[in-house]
Write a protein that binds this ligand. Structure first.
Ligand SMILES: *Cc1c(COP(=O)(O)O)cnc(C)c1O
Length: 435
């Protein structure tokens, strides 16, 4: 399968090149040239298949020309070595719990797949060293660092804003060592992001080092997220949902997760419709209402992994629907909730249904609870474990939240980090010195 740029002004590339480059040279995002539809026979077997089994078949349809069958199967199985259960919250609403992986957030899936894919591409190329640069406000850094830990031929630099990530988040990428380097930047998240963007454009750096991104602009991060949409659908139908009445609701920030779901539908998964649930950052909802996309400066909310004012994967959605506002609005609806509404939902769902949401999942649950029609079954993606937002959640429910042991384990190890000013020349020198 070849990959093309959404801008359309650069050549088609192989999967390997799309993954290693991250962004196309014309600044577009890579998309698969076509979407293979899975045969009816696959959907007939879907209810009986395990998640790794169905993922291997989906991966084979998409990446089968680029990776040997056995290697791809191994890679998919290793990625999905934790459960992703579908849990009933109440009558017709289910939670897809994506937080049972190593860093307790859905980003584990994409990060683990991408790391293993880069490892595969490096298998015969022992001198090649790929440097992954990632700016994080918390969750991305931990998933990428843990996903890439110990992968041959890959080094990770995590840039994070000093004093602005929680202690537990920081511990998840500063205590690993090996091929993971944590850079503590004297600035905010935007400063970290700006340093990374500048590095990708710097000619000298790119001549001397191979640089790539592990954000959801990378096809190897966002495409594998489609696996669990098939799994969620199959589980819901097994639990009694009408096969053509399943609605998926996705708490969205950069819109990588929901885009993977839209592509799953293109490949034949009969999801009825999608809801993109947002916090106060309502750029997508505004687009649906007006037909105009106007990025804004992001505002801070309690669902902070979704505080995005210019979602990077929006261009992929436009691309999927040939820029048709009508087609997009027919398939996806939007909502936006304030912090007060998110808190209220989190508290009532806990008190009434005995289900503890995290702030991101709460946004999505609320959207389903208010927008689901009779006959429909709603699934929302619960993207992180509530303990990752312990202080926020405890304040809302007025009870203690238990922290899973593997999250606490990170705190036991020594923190290693390189403090740097938010200055590009100093950052560049640091990277060059590391060669
Ligand atoms: C990253 C993240 C999101 C947003 O996902 P996108 O793919 O960027 O839309 C939602 N919830 C949590 C917990 C996240 O970490």
């Amino acid at each position: 399968m070849k990959y093309r740029s959404t801008v359309g002004k650069s050549p088609e590339v192989s999967l390997e090149e799309a993954v290693v480059k991250g962004l196309a040279p014309d600044n577009g995002l890579y998309m698969p040239l076509s979407f293979p539809t899975l045969p009816k026979e696959f959907f007939d077997r879907l209810p009986e298949m395990s998640l790794p089994e169905m993922a291997s078949e989906i991966a084979s349809a998409l990446f089968g020309e680029d990776i040997e069958k056995d290697a791809l199967e191994k890679l998919t199985k290793e990625t999905l070595n934790f459960p992703i259960p579908l849990v009933k919250v109440n009558d017709d609403i289910y939670s897809l719990e994506l937080f049972h992986g190593p860093t307790l957030a859905f980003k584990d899936v994409g990060a683990r797949f991408m790391a293993r894919l880069l490892g595969y591409f490096n298998r015969d190329n022992t001198d090649r060293l790929v440097n992954v640069l990632v700016a994080t406000s918390g969750d991305t850094g931990s998933a990428v660092a843990n996903g890439f830990l110990g992968v041959d031929g890959v080094r990770v630099f995590v840039l994070y804003p000093k004093g602005k990530v929680s202690r537990i988040q920081e511990a998840q990428f500063t205590t690993l060592g090996k091929n993971i380097n944590a850079l503590e930047i004297e600035g905010n998240f935007d400063d970290c992001q700006a340093l990374v963007k500048k590095a990708f454009l710097d000619e000298e750096l790119n001549q001397k080092m191979m640089l790539t991104s592990a954000n959801s602009i990378n096809v190897a991060r966002f495409l594998p997220q489609m696996f669990y949409y098939f799994h969620a659908y199959a589980q819901a139908v097994k639990a009694g949902a009408k096969p053509d009445e399943v609605v998926l609701c996705v708490p969205s920030g950069n819109f990588g997760n929901i885009t993977a779901g839209l592509i799953a539908k293109r490949m034949g998964l009969p999801i009825k419709r999608f809801i993109a649930a947002n916090n106060a950052n309502d750029i997508f909802l505004n687009y649906l209402n007006t037909g105009t996309y106007s990025p804004k400066k992001s505002v801070q909310t309690i669902a902070n992994a979704m505080d995005v004012g210019d979602p990077s994967n929006f261009v992929r959605i436009l691309d999927l629907y040939d820029n048709s506002h009508e087609a997009i609005s027919a398939e996806i609806s939007g909502t936006s909730y304030s912090d007060a509404e998110i808190s209220e939902t989190l508290k009532t769902t806990f008190d009434k249904d005995g289900y503890l949401l995290d702030p991101h999942g709460a946004v999505a649950y609320r959207a389903l609870a208010s927008m689901l029609k009779p006959q429909e079954t709603g699934i929302f993606l619960e993207t992180a474990h509530p303990a990752k937002f312990k202080e926020t959640v405890e304040k809302i429910i007025e009870k203690e939240v238990e922290v899973p042991e593997r999250l606490n384990d990170f705190l036991k190890n020594e923190k290693k980090t390189s403090p740097l000013p938010a200055d590009f020349e100093t950052f560049k020198k640091h990277l060059l010195n590391s060669i």
